[in-house]
Design a protein around this ligand. Structure first.
Ligand code: PGA
Length: 273
């Protein structure tokens, strides 16, 4: 059986100025580069760093110029709903081409702080796909005390609303899947709270999404208070066998040591190239 691709994404949000993002990328590339080499450079592990908009170009250039063998790539935290043009302050997806192969879309902080509705999220998905980039669609319930089935239903509905809006913006489900779409399940109550969802919840949501979309191979990551200690659980063989495909890491990715520990946990389930 072909092993699943494991993806680990560092989401630095707006925590650091670009000079510190470059220093952090350097420290991560050095620590992770050694670990990857020791593990035989696994072909089924993808590592992405998502700096702020200001850090995208310097971090991407650093990784390309100084650490090409580390295989660490850059992801954008967001892209504009608009194409290139008179849109002050926006970053069109087209302009990320050659810099960031993947783009987070619909992070709950964007939904909360920038009134990003499912319609906006779907429109952004369409822009990212049209630019030839891979969207990382972030979904998550804000139901801290709900039963698992309620969470699954909520996230399925959120996903279907984003897909429907993408379709209205000219991007079919088939195009979304062909783009390299990854879904990140990030329960709102788990982000930054120190209280991650249980493996059972994350697995139920992942399989609920795959069933609803009729797509067994859909990659689903988990995000929300992942740290070095919990990464071992997330990368336990059971999680990987049943289909969690990696992690989206916020706070713990702001330290090279903590992020490298998460990558080392991922390496226990990857295979040498
Ligand atoms: P956290 O953030 O790991 O700090 O909870 C995750 C995210 O928001 O992507």
């Amino acid at each position: 059986m072909k092993s699943r691709q494991i993806t680990v994404i560092a989401n630095w949000k707006a925590n650091l100025p670009p000079s510190e993002e470059v220093a952090l990328a350097k420290a991560i590339a050095q620590e992770v580069g050694g670990a990857l080499q020791a593990a035989g450079r696994p072909a089924n592990l993808r590592l992405l760093l998502a700096p702020s908009a200001l850090g995208l170009v310097p971090v991407a250039s650093l990784l390309r110029r100084e650490y090409p063998e580390a295989g660490v790539e850059v992801a954008a935290q967001d892209a504009s709903l608009n194409s290139a043009g008179a849109f002050t302050g926006e970053i069109p997806a087209d302009h990320l081409v050659g810099i960031a192969p993947a783009v987070l879309v619909g992070h709950s902080e964007r939904r909360r702080d920038h009134a990003e509705t499912d319609e906006v999220v779907g429109g952004k998905l369409a822009r990212v796909v049209a630019a030839g980039l891979a969207p990382v669609l972030c979904l998550g319930d804000d139901l801290p005390n709900a039963e698992i089935t309620a969470r699954v239903t909520y996230v399925q509905a959120q996903c279907s609303a984003a897909f429907a809006a993408a379709e209205r913006a000219g991007c079919s489900a088939a195009q979304l899947f062909a783009s390299g779409l990854v879904i990140a399940y990030e329960p709102v109550w788990a982000i930054g709270s120190g209280n991650p969802a249980s493996l059972a919840v994350a697995e139920a949501v992942a399989s609920g999404l795959r069933n609803a979309l009729n797509r067994e191979e859909l990659p689903v990551l988990y995000g929300g208070s992942v740290d070095a200690a919990s990464a071992a659980t997330w990368f336990g063989t059971r999680a990987v066998r049943t289909g969690l495909d990696g992690l989206l890491v916020g706070g713990a990715s702001l330290s090279a040591d903590r992020f490298a520990a998460i990558v080392r946990a991922a390496l226990t389930v990857t295979e040498p190239a």
